[in-house]
Design a protein around this ligand. Structure first.
Ligand SMILES: Nc1ncnc2c1ncn2[C@@H]1O[C@H](COP(=O)(O)OP(=O)(O)OP(=O)(O)O)[C@@H](O)[C@H]1O
Length: 225
């Protein structure tokens, strides 16, 4: 197993506003880590730092893999204004590796098909992304993340705004993705999602409040679960 992601003394923020202070953590390889904490505690910022979107002000971040981690945003953050098909939406995950201006290759198309199958959305490939339910959109966005073929997949509140059945399906998917060897880090407000994770990291006001097995971290004051 070992450590897939190591953070040492990470500070980060926006303009002059600090969002993370001295964050140190070791997240296990090929396992699911749940990022916990109240609104504004710094979960999304930490995912952004791991994804390479925010440069830390201080400290170091080491992540497995030659490619940067794939970041999957909440389905509500995805634009539905563009007339994208589901297949096109997943193909976006191939852009970084191919360059968006190049023609798609047979391998790109095969990876997209495979990722749609993995999330149980192969039958939706020709549908308009905008016409899908929230749960379907979230699974398609996870397929987009998988299509990046990174060793680390980052999910920002993948269960938010979904009904219980759709949330359960996303959690099953996280289990399948880690079983296939990919490290998953997902921000969540859901106690069930935290209990099903292998490892938890609890943030409070941008600092690590607790880290370890779910039962240990959920017992910490201010876990809110
Ligand atoms: N783009 C931004 N510009 C300025 N400040 C920001 C920005 N994004 C987040 N912040 C601030 O950084 C801090 C951490 O926010 P962050 O979104 O990382 O928390 P979070 O735990 O993900 O919250 P939530 O559960 O609401 O998504 C908060 O004080 C927030 O107001």
């Amino acid at each position: 197993m070992g450590t897939a992601i190591e953070l040492r003394g990470v500070d980060a923020g926006y303009g002059g506003k600090r969002a993370l202070t001295g964050v140190s953590a070791e997240l296990p390889r090929g396992r699911a880590t749940a990022l916990l904490g109240h609104n504004g505690s710094g979960k999304s910022t930490l995912l952004g730092v791991l994804a390479g979107l925010h440069a830390p002000w201080a400290g170091t971040v080491h992540c497995d893999g030659e490619r940067r981690p794939a970041l999957v945003l909440q389905h509500t953050a995805a634009s539905v204004a563009l007339p994208l098909s589901v297949r096109d939406a997943v193909m976006v995950g191939r852009w970084e590796r191919r360059g968006w201006w190049r023609r798609t290759t047979a391998r790109d198309r095969a990876v997209v098909r495979d990722c749609l199958e993995r999330v149980g959305a192969a039958d939706l490939a020709r549908r308009r992304f905008a016409d899908l339910s929230g749960g379907q959109r979230q699974r398609v966005l996870i397929a987009q993340g998988l299509a990046q073929e990174s060793d680390v997949l980052l999910l920002d509140e993948p269960g938010a705004g979904l009904d219980a059945a759709a949330r359960e399906r996303v959690l099953d998917l996280i289990d399948e993705i880690t079983a296939a060897g990919t490290t998953v880090v997902h921000a969540t407000h859901d106690g069930d999602a935290a209990r099903r994770a292998d490892h938890c990291l609890l943030l409070r006001d941008g600092r690590v409040r607790a880290e370890g097995r779910p039962e240990e971290v959920l017992a910490a004051p201010s876990s809110g679960k």
